[in-house]
Structures are given as structure tokens and as C-alpha cells.
Design a binder for this molecule. Structure first.
Ligand code: GTP
Ligand code: MG
Length: 195
């Protein structure tokens, strides 16, 4: 897939209505700080279109990026961010859930998991939700540059086991630093949005 143009089209906070889009949407979900916004920047060849931070909890709204007037990449707030109040966390949870449940154009939810760590209870819940709602499950194992090449298979297996994945679930290692894995992800997105 060639990226011709991309722009941030809609930003939704807790109280904003969700857009009624008429192009396919691909959403990126995962724990705070796992690299969702960085992945979107890499995919669209932009350094800082989606705001990133070394502090978790950077993305606090649902952001719709119009890609090539063909599809939307949807950057979601991360879950499991400890430093906000329980009340705010619940509101974000409801906002994300509401989007995932009500979007008519959502074609796939990519679940990002840090390649270094065991999946959390929230990761397992999100994976189960993806399956239960009939989406093709795709796991992106992020921050690939943080482990040795010889450790990749072991870590992929840890994620596979931790999530108790069903056959056919793809786990794609990716690094926003080296861009390793980017072309495979773009090919997959093209396939999903075309079908
Ligand atoms: P929230 O918006 O808080 O949910 O986080 P996010 O999932 O959008 O994470 P973000 O893209 O903001 O990245 C968090 C931090 O991880 C930033 O400091 C990034 O530079 C760093 N990071 C993201 N991807 C990679 C990667 O592949 N390799 C390395 N080394 N760092 C990464
Ligand atoms: Mg973010």
C-alpha cells in the first residue's frame, strides 16, 4: 500500500459523538505506552502526526486519521494507565467500548503487545473481545528492537501462549525504530480493507 496523503480528520473525547464514516476503519488497541501512536506514524511515514510520549496516557481521545481518502486508521487511548482516577479510566473504557461496538465501518482491530512482556489480563480480554465479535485477530508485537534477534521466537511464543491464541492468529513483530515489520502490516491492511 502506498501512502499518498494522510490527515487527522476527527478527534473524539468522552462526550463527543462518534463520526459516521463511510470508509473502512482499522483500529489500534493496546496498553498505554505499547506504541500505538508510533505504529501509526511509521505506517504513514510521518514522525509526529500522531502524538507520542515516553509517559503512558498520551492519547486520551479517539483519533481518526484519513489515509488516502480510502480508509481510516483509528488511534485509541491505551488501557491500564495507572495514573488516572478510576472514574476517568471507566469513562475511557466506556468510550473505547462504545466505539468498538457501534462502528459500522470497523474492519479490524490490531492488538498491540510489547514483545518483551507477558500479555496482561486486559490484553487477554481485548483478544477475546476481538474473537467474540468476529474480527480477524491480528497481534502486533511491538518494540522488536528492544530484544535480541535470537530471542524473537521465544517472545512470540510467550505471547502466543499467554493469549492462548486460536489457530490462524497472526503475530507480527514490529519496531517503530527500525521499521522492521512495517511492509507486512501495510500489506495486511490493504488485504483487509479490500475484502
Ligand atoms: P498511549 O497513547 O499512552 O496509549 O501510548 P501509545 O501506545 O500510543 O504509545 P506511543 O506510541 O506514544 O509510544 C510510547 C513510547 O514508546 C514512546 O516513547 C515511543 O517512542 C516508544 N516506542 C514506541 N514504539 C517503539 C519501538 O518500536 N521501539 C522503541 N524502542 N520504542 C518505541
Ligand atoms: Mg497513543
Amino acid at each position: 500500500m502506498v501512502i499518498k496523503n494522510v490527515s487527522l480528520e476527527t478527534v473524539c473525547g468522552i462526550t463527543s459523538p462518534l463520526p459516521q464514516n463511510n470508509m473502512p476503519e482499522i483500529a489500534f488497541a493496546g496498553k498505554s505506552n505499547v506504541g500505538k501512536s508510533s505504529l501509526i506514524n511509521s505506517l504513514v511515514n510521518r514522525k509526529a502526526l500522531a502524538r507520542t510520549s515516553s509517559q503512558p496516557g498520551k492519547t486520551q481521545t479517539i483519533n481518526f486519521y484519513n489515509v488516502n481518502e480510502e480508509m481510516y486508521f483509528v488511534d485509541l487511548p491505551g488501557y491500564g494507565y495507572a495514573s488516572v482516577s478510576k472514574e476517568v479510566k471507566e469513562k475511557w473504557g466506556v468510550m473505547i467500548e462504545n466505539y468498538l461496538h457501534t462502528s459500522d465501518m470497523l474492519k479490524a482491530v490490531f492488538l498491540l503487545i510489547d514483545i518483551r512482556h507477558e500479555p496482561s489480563a486486559n490484553d487477554i480480554n481485548m483478544y477475546q473481545w476481538i474473537l467474540a465479535n468476529g474480527y480477524e485477530p491480528i497481534i502486533i508485537a511491538t518494540k522488536l528492537d528492544k530484544i535480541k534477534r535470537s530471542q524473537i521466537q521465544k517472545h512470540v511464543k510467550m505471547i502466543r501462549t499467554g493469549l492462548n491464541v486460536v489457530g490462524g492468529t497472526k503475530i507480527l513483530p514490529f519496531s517503530a525504530q527500525t521499521k522492521q515489520g512495517k511492509d507486512e502490516i501495510l500489506d495486511l491492511i490493504e488485504e483487509i480493507t479490500r475484502s
